[in-house]
Design a protein around this ligand. Structure first.
Ligand SMILES: Nc1ncnc2c1ncn2[C@@H]1O[C@H](COP(=O)(O)OP(=O)(O)OP(=O)(O)O)[C@@H](O)[C@H]1O
Ligand SMILES: [Mg+2]
Length: 326
């Protein structure tokens, strides 16, 4: 296990930001830390990256104790912070070279490593442009490249796609999902976009400092109660009985559709089709989402606590105008 966390707790005065969490991350996988604002994601990352000491508990990264051997841990990790930390007045190339100095990358390897990293995130052509001319998505990609230059064994990504438009998010995702294979790196990432968490090998859902569920995306979704299969037929009354007899599952009817909940929709559909196939007009399968999992566990949607972004932006713009008018 490349990351091991045991009963980790972090208190800030009266707030318990991280509350007795334990988990392990297997080498070469993508591990997702999923939770709403203030759940304790960044606090956990900061402890694992040796930037913050815990109130109690233990954490190990790449075999080193985060509290007792911080220098060894730092050598083994790369990090992309929630807020960007690039130097806007340097070029992409200069930002990465600066990083090679910090990590004592051998001089004769420096240029090659910087170029490789830039090529990996598709920014090689833009290497001599100032970072202040980059879009949000390009900056994020450059930060991922920077995080890889010293060849870390674990890369921490804190909300890597926050604030990016859907296309830039998808684009960045392409690079993130290739990391374990292309750079032999384990990825530990936080997000509150549920659809992004789908690509993780394993997910921990954290809420108010506690891990409330852990598993593969499929395992977590199975806890919601399975897939829902909707079927339209030429003869709902008889088909309903036939399916119930065949699968031993309760079938319900809503409007002109039959529907049933089953654990494995993809194997239960063919089984059904073999018997009632000729009466079937259409079939659709609805899988539970990670949002359903979160909703079931906490009784709220993951982003419910936030104002919708459009409203926030409008208010910001209005306040800005008012200030200017004065
Ligand atoms: N330095 C600090 N001093 C006091 N309280 C803190 C500090 N850092 C974090 N907290 C509190 O700890 C809790 C967890 O914060 P944290 O930043 O870890 O959440 P998060 O899951 O990363 O949230 P987000 O999705 O908004 O980034 C919050 O209630 C926050 O206010
Ligand atoms: Mg955070």
């Amino acid at each position: 296990m490349i990351i091991k966390v045991e009963n980790l707790t972090k208190r800030f005065d009266s707030i318990t930001a991280v509350d007795d969490i334990s988990f392990e991350v297997e080498e070469g996988t993508i591990f997702g830390f999923l939770g709403p604002n203030g759940a304790g994601k960044t606090t956990t990352i900061n402890i694992l990256c040796t930037l913050l000491s815990p109130t109690s508990g233990r954490a190990f990264v790449a075999g080193h104790d985060c509290m007792k051997e911080p220098a060894d841990v730092r050598k083994a990790i790369g990090i992309v912070f929630q807020d960007t930390t690039l130097d806007k007045d340097l070029t992409a190339y200069e930002n990465l070279v600066f990083h090679t100095y910090l990590y004592n990358v051998p001089k004769d390897e420096m240029r090659g490593r910087v170029y490789d990293a830039l090529r990996f995130v598709d920014l090689y052509e833009r290497k001599d442009d100032l970072v202040k001319k980059f879009s949000g998505g390009m900056k994020r990609r450059l930060e991922v490249a920077r995080g890889l230059i010293h060849r870390p064994r674990v890369l921490f990504l804190d909300e890597p796609t926050l604030g990016l438009d859907p296309q830039s998010r998808a684009n960045l995702w392409e690079f993130i999902t290739k990391l374990p294979e292309k750079h032999y790196v384990t990825v530990f990432m936080t997000t509150h976009y549920m659809e992004e968490a789908e690509v993780c090998d394993k997910i921990a859902i954290i809420d108010r400092g506690k891990i409330i569920a852990m598993g593969t995306p499929d395992e977590l979704k199975r806890t919601v109660g399975g897939d829902v299969v909707y079927i339209k037929t030429t003869d709902n009354v008889n088909t309903k009985e036939e399916i119930e007899r065949l699968l031993g599952l309760a079938v319900s009817e809503k409007e002109d559709e039959l529907y049933l909940t089953c654990n494995m929709g993809d194997t239960c559909i063919p089984e059904m089709m073999r018997t009632i196939g000729e009466k079937v007009l259409s079939v659709r399968l609805q899988r539970p989402t990670l949002n359903d999992v979160f909703l079931k566990l906490t009784g709220k949607a993951i982003r419910e606590e936030e104002a919708p972004p459009e409203k926030g932006i409008k208010e910001y713009v209005r306040a800005y105008r008012r200030r200017k008018e004065k």
